[in-house]
Write a protein that binds this ligand. Structure first.
Ligand SMILES: C[S@@+](CC[C@H](N)C(=O)[O-])C[C@H]1O[C@@H](n2cnc3c(N)ncnc32)[C@H](O)[C@@H]1O
Length: 201
């Protein structure tokens, strides 16, 4: 089994490690149901999960939007295939699987109600560009939810650093959950995006 701590910082988790992400023990820190409650989903929402890995959170999120859609975007095909193997047998056919990097999201502007990332942003090489893309695809009243784990994640982003990065991209913090081992911050868009959205024309 590959050691995720051995990988260079700011690079994707090796797919060999992905089975660990499906451990039920994770629910002791943050269960899929608890995350769904933090996202405040409505049945017809369009949801973007950036960096789903093998899809630990994805079934619960998909079930919460039975009349909407869940778009999984990951830079590694192996991760998307693991997520597909997990979701398709459950009959969750309103889930889309898109191979893409966080710096070029395959979604229309102003098309997403909720975008969420769990233990992903620290692996993304260009954080500002990723946040500019998230700003672009979110509807004006959309929610950006970012969860980070302080323990066990070599790419952990401290809360203050994360908040500063996201606010610099044109968001304001709207909620906080979690304290000791992990946190989830919710953000809403403020003014037009900055730092990079102009680059994409
Ligand atoms: C540590 S895993 C977390 C998976 C899942 N969110 C979870 O908590 O179980 C990080 C995921 O982000 C993906 N990822 C990393 N860098 C990315 C990028 N630049 N664009 C899109 N996905 C990326 C990885 O391939 C991996 O699936």
């Amino acid at each position: 089994m590959a050691d995720p701590h051995a990988k260079p910082a700011g690079t994707p988790m090796p797919p060999e490690y992905a089975p660990h992400l499906l451990s039920p023990v994770r629910g002791l820190v943050l269960s899929p149901g608890a995350l769904v409650r933090r996202l405040g989903l409505v049945a017809d929402a369009t949801v973007l999960e950036l960096g789903p890995g093998p899809g630990y959170f994805s079934p619960a999120v998909a079930r919460a939007v039975p009349k909407g859609r869940l778009v999984l975007v990951d830079v590694q095909q192996e991760m998307l295939e693991m997520a597909r193997e997990r979701l398709e047998p459950l009959g969750l056919d309103h889930v889309e699987y898109r191979l893409a990097g966080a710096d070029s999201l395959p979604l229309e502007s102003d098309s997403v109600d909720v975008a969420f990332l769990v233990a992903v942003l620290g692996e993304v090489p260009d954080r500002a560009l990723c946040l500019a893309e998230l700003h672009r695809v979110l509807r004006p009243d959309g929610l950006l939810s970012i969860t980070e784990y302080k323990v066990g994640d070599p790419d952990y982003i401290p809360l203050r650093e994360l908040q500063s990065s996201v606010e610099s991209a044109g968001f304001r913090r709207s909620s906080r959950h979690g304290y000791l081992i992990h946190y989830t911050l919710g953000f809403r868009k403020t003014a037009p995006g900055v730092e990079g959205s102009w680059q994409r024309g």
